[in-house]
Design a protein around this ligand. Structure first.
Ligand code: HEM
Length: 144
């Protein structure tokens, strides 16, 4: 990922973190509008705690964009846990859309096409690692 893109993402994430509870609440609102069938997956969750976990995970990855290799094992473990939560591959696309909608609402006019492209690339990289790990995890389970 280019240095300019990394800077763009990290600067924008600082602004998201300043309003993290609102951003996280907005994210789940958008997610459940996009796909209400996802609600039961979170039925046992404390949504406030869940919102903070999501923002902390994003903060970790965004902070490590220059050393993405270091967070790959974390994402892989997270992905396998997600299989256990009932998360399917197609859900990653929905979550990506909810994330982009949230950022667009939070930033308004400041959500430039350049910033949108940068976030799409970052989410694509994160979800790509998670989906690949979930597939491998699934194969191990199937082989048992
Ligand atoms: C970039 C992608 C994602 C990141 C960084 C992420 C992050 C997280 C984190 C940090 C947790 C808490 C993990 C734990 O304590 O075990 C979690 C739990 C969860 N995530 Fe995700 N997630 C992602 C994608 C998704 C997707 C695509 C879905 C599908 C709707 C999803 C649904 C869930 C559910 C259902 C839980 C469990 C909630 C509970 O504790 O009951 N996540 N996620």
């Amino acid at each position: 990922m280019e240095e300019q893109t990394i800077k763009l993402l990290q600067d924008s994430f600082v602004q998201v973190m300043a309003i993290r509870s609102e951003a996280a609440a907005l994210f789940y609102e958008r997610l459940f509008v996009l796909d209400p069938t996802l609600k039961p997956l979170f039925s046992d969750s404390d949504m406030r705690a869940q919102e903070m976990k999501l923002m902390a995970a994003l903060a970790l990855v965004v902070g490590k964009l220059r050393q993405l290799d270091e967070v790959i094992p974390v994402l892989e473990t997270l992905a396998v846990k997600h299989v256990g939560y009932g998360v399917r591959e197609s859900h990653y696309d929905t979550v990506g859309q909810a994330l982009i909608q949230t950022l667009s609402l939070a930033f308004g006019e400041r959500f430039t096409p350049e910033l949108r492209t940068a976030w799409l690339a970052a989410y694509g990289a994160i979800s790509g690692v998670m989906i690949a790990a979930a597939r491998r995890g699934g194969m191990v389970i199937a082989a048992e």
